[in-house]
Design a binder for this molecule. Structure first.
Ligand SMILES: Nc1ncnc2c1ncn2[C@@H]1O[C@H](COP(=O)(O)OP(=O)(O)OP(=O)(O)O)[C@@H](O)[C@H]1O
Length: 303
């Protein structure tokens, strides 16, 4: 996890709007309110959450929402018994033997985070079932973590004062996600993370891939064009992640960024054709490809 944070700190680009957003999130978390970053895929919610978490200067616990997550994964459970045997040999003829069995509890990740005041990043939390997420209600509202289903003397654990939690979710994702319970939603500060503007996207792309100014401008303008076409159809186009993929693969595989280059065309098809074909509803793949090449050529010519 430390490596994850280290990698993020090296790669994360903080532009003024993002810095302002991060500062606010740190303030809210320090005041013990949970923060929720929401926005479409690839806008940088997870990166931002990890960056903000690193600013809290506490150990990080990273949780990834999924429908299979159960209370037990978060709070732990019992794992076997420890036996303690005493044999009394004081009077030879009387052999007294006593055995004591103690059930062992194994702390789940949330228990460790709550006990030790970690900063939790709970990524894509709406992918977990609401029953599982109910645990977080008590954590953020009452400041306790209930130990449901654990036969133990403790029924709950008090939340460490330095504990904080950042949630992320993608509201456009319907398949495999659950609606956030109003009670939980009410208790978090939800911030919409917007798509980065063109200048910032070019900046991130250049920093992450070392493509030239011209190439970065071309990729970004092309992606912007494609995204707005998707938006006209009420769909979300490919995000920043796709731009980074195009730039870094072209560079690593030595593919010249030029719409007349067949290898570059294939790279574009492999990365965005699937989304574009689905979003724009062309009848054949051929038409989708023709559209993509046409748009690239128009922009390249005007570059
Ligand atoms: N400020 C930034 N600086 C550098 N790289 C960034 C920044 N924001 C996002 N990225 C990069 O963009 C890509 C998408 O970011 P990230 O995974 O954080 O988005 P996301 O909104 O969480 O996406 P998803 O909802 O699909 O998980 C990643 O490769 C990430 O490293």
């Amino acid at each position: 996890m430390e490596k994850l944070q280290e990698r993020l700190n090296n790669e994360f680009i903080l532009y003024p709007e993002l810095e302002d957003l991060a500062d606010r999130a740190v303030d809210y978390l320090s005041a013990r309110f949970p923060v929720h970053f929401t926005g479409p895929s690839g806008v940088g919610k997870t990166s931002l959450a990890l960056y903000v978490a690193s600013r809290m200067n506490r150990p990080l616990t990273f949780l990834q929402g999924n429908y299979e997550m159960r209370n037990e994964d978060l709070i732990g459970g019992m794992s076997g018994y420890t036996s303690n045997k005493t044999v009394d040999n004081f009077v030879r003829s009387v052999r007294k033997q006593e055995e004591k069995l103690t059930e062992n509890r194994v702390d789940g990740r949330l228990v460790r985070a709550v006990k030790n005041g970690h900063t939790v990043v709970y990524d894509e939390f709406t992918r977990s079932k609401p029953e599982t997420n109910n645990l977080f209600l008590s954590v953020v509202e009452e400041g306790i973590l209930p130990l449901y289903g654990i036969k133990d003397e403790e029924s709950h654990i008090p939340v460490h004062p330095d504990f904080s939690i950042i949630f992320t979710s993608n509201p456009e994702e319907y398949v495999g996600t659950y609606r956030t319970q109003d009670a939980l939603q009410d208790r978090m500060i939800t911030i919409d993370v917007d798509t980065v503007d063109e200048r910032t996207e070019a900046y991130i792309l250049k920093d992450r891939t070392e493509v030239s100014d011209r190439e970065a401008a071309f990729i970004i303008t092309f992606m912007k064009k494609i995204r707005s076409k998707c938006m006209e159809n009420g769909e979300v186009g490919p995000g920043l992640r796709s731009s980074i993929m195009i730039g870094s693969i072209a560079q690593k595989a030595k593919i010249e960024i030029n719409p007349d280059n067949e290898r570059f065309q294939k790279l574009i098809f492999d990365i965005i054709e699937f989304t574009i074909h689905r979003n724009l509803g062309y009848k054949s793949k051929e038409q989708t490809r023709n559209y993509l090449v046409r748009e690239m050529k128009k922009l390249w010519g005007g570059n």
